[in-house]
Design a protein around this ligand. Structure first.
Ligand code: SAM
Length: 226
């Protein structure tokens, strides 16, 4: 199997079908993929991974292996959050949370807010309720990616356990033609930053892809290995 899509989806720095942020990256992220490729570009030592029309470029300090320069084709995406924000309604407030002298962050956020407006949907709801329902559908011929960043630690233990069970149950129904992937960028005890982990079914293969700064400042990439 060609694993190159894993990095490229990561480059979206967003969520496809998992808890989205209630913060500044909800809207942009849910629009970060429009049919093909990512609207967020990612700078790497191998070049820029981007889709046409990328309005926001993330340029983390890159350590480790160079990722493959391949863009995925995204058939559909959807997110969920307990309290999804509306970039149009809440954008000015989000900008106010950034220190005024952090001009690069402000420019990036403004560009990201500009991406919002059409395409993706972030549902209002609980991640476990939402995933249990959403994972019922299989998608033959497509990889189904569940993706979250810095969200797991906020879920109550019962929600965490239900998500684990729902993923395992859906994983047991996965096939080579309809694989299930679970990508997380989440805090752990190891540090620094967050662990970037991947589980893939069928087979329940678990890989630590690397680590990343909590706000994408740096990436230490191991990739899928050999
Ligand atoms: C730290 S923020 C997310 C940060 C964002 N994903 C990022 O990487 O920048 C945590 C988010 O989890 C959401 N959240 C917390 N508990 C949740 C639950 N049970 N179901 C869905 N979303 C939840 C919160 O509303 C909040 O938007």
């Amino acid at each position: 199997m060609d694993w190159s899509w894993v990095l490229t989806l990561f480059s979206c720095w967003g969520r496809l079908k998992a808890p989205a942020s209630g913060g500044c990256d909800v809207g942009p992220v849910c629009h970060c993929v429009r049919g093909t490729g990512a609207c967020y570009a990612l700078g790497t030592p191998g070049g820029l991974i981007e889709a046409a029309g990328s309005a926001v470029t993330l340029r983390p300090e890159w350590q480790g292996v160079v990722p493959p320069m391949v863009a995925p084709v995204v058939a559909a995406r959807r997110g969920v959050d307990l309290n999804p924000l509306d970039p149009k309604r809440d954008g000015a407030r989000l900008l106010a949370f950034v220190w005024a002298d952090q001009t690069l962050r402000l420019a990036r956020l403004q560009a990201a807010l500009g991406l919002a407006g059409g395409g993706g949907v972030v549902d209002e709801g609980d991640a476990a309720d939402w995933l249990e329902a959403r994972l019922q559908a299989r998608h033959p011929g497509q990889a189904h990616l569940v993706y979250h960043t810095i969200a797991h630690q906020y879920f109550p233990p019962t929600v965490q356990a239900r998500i684990e069970a729902a993923m395992a149950a859906a994983g047991a129904r996965a096939s080579a033609d309809a694989p299930l992937c679970w990508l997380g960028m989440e805090a752990d005890a190891a540090g620094p930053g967050a662990a970037v982990t991947l589980r893939i079914w069928p087979g329940d293969i678990a890989v630590t892809l690397g680590r990343a700064g909590f706000h994408g400042e740096w990436v230490e990439w191991r990739g899928m290995g050999d």
